[in-house]
Design a protein around this ligand. Structure first.
Ligand code: GTP
Ligand code: MG
Length: 196
């Protein structure tokens, strides 16, 4: 998995500004509530220091950004977060519309903060998506901040919450951008899903 470069940014509410879907570059997207660590994970996955801006203040990522891996031939999209104050209203429906409409999108990774688990906004988002869009996969982030026994509890709760949703994989990925753990499995999954 070689390095990725950002090659496009676009507001999700302007479909005419989305980069044109390219069949040679299947896409996966990182979505989730604000501040769960989407941009941080992307920086780790893309193997190139800090290319996506990270912030302790929720709502940092305001545009969707496309990161291209030329060697493996895929794009990873860092999405603005949903479920935070006013921004939820702005980004939630647009991210949904994007996921539903984007034909080149092969997988959506839903990131969940391991400290807080599966929240109502995640539930709403997934319910709203229903059967549409590609397969979904859940990643628990910030696992370094949770004691192992608590992590087991949160993971099994999230797993049972997810059972009600269609097209969501039951297998959870666990990761930490601080420990740089879990990256190998996530990269392998991204490659597998974009090579179908
Ligand atoms: P928005 O763009 O606002 O939706 O946020 P985001 O989901 O992109 O989160 P971002 O990557 O900006 O990270 C938010 C905060 O969480 C930052 O302060 C990060 O340093 C911190 N953070 C992200 N991942 C981890 C992790 O694995 N462990 C720890 N301890 N902190 C993390
Ligand atoms: Mg971000």
């Amino acid at each position: 998995f070689s390095k990725c470069w950002r090659y496009a940014r676009a507001g999700l509410h302007e479909p005419n500004q989305w980069p044109e879907a390219d069949p040679a570059y299947p896409e996966v997207a990182f979505v989730g509530r604000s501040n769960v660590g989407k941009s941080s994970l992307l920086n780790q996955i893309c193997n190139f220091g800090t290319i996506a801006a990270v912030s302790s203040k929720p709502g940092r990522t305001k545009h969707a950004a496309w990161y291209r891996n030329r060697k493996v031939h895929l794009d990873i999209i860092d999405m603005p977060g949903y479920g935070h104050a006013d921004r939820a209203k702005v980004f939630g429906p647009e991210a949904l519309a994007f996921v539903k409409a984007r034909t080149s999108l092969k997988a959506v990774y839903i990131l969940i903060d391991a400290r807080h688990g599966f929240k109502w906004t995640d539930h709403e988002w997934l319910a709203e998506l229903g059967n549409e869009g590609p397969r979904k996969q859940v990643i628990l982030t910030k696992c370094d901040m949770v004691a192992p026994n608590k992590l087991i509890q949160i993971a099994s709760l999230a797993r049972s919450d997810l059972e009600q949703f269609k097209r969501v994989d039951h297998k959870l990925f666990l990761c930490s951008s601080v420990w740089k753990s879990g990256m190998h499995d996530i990269r392998a999954d991204i490659v597998r899903r974009t090579n179908l």
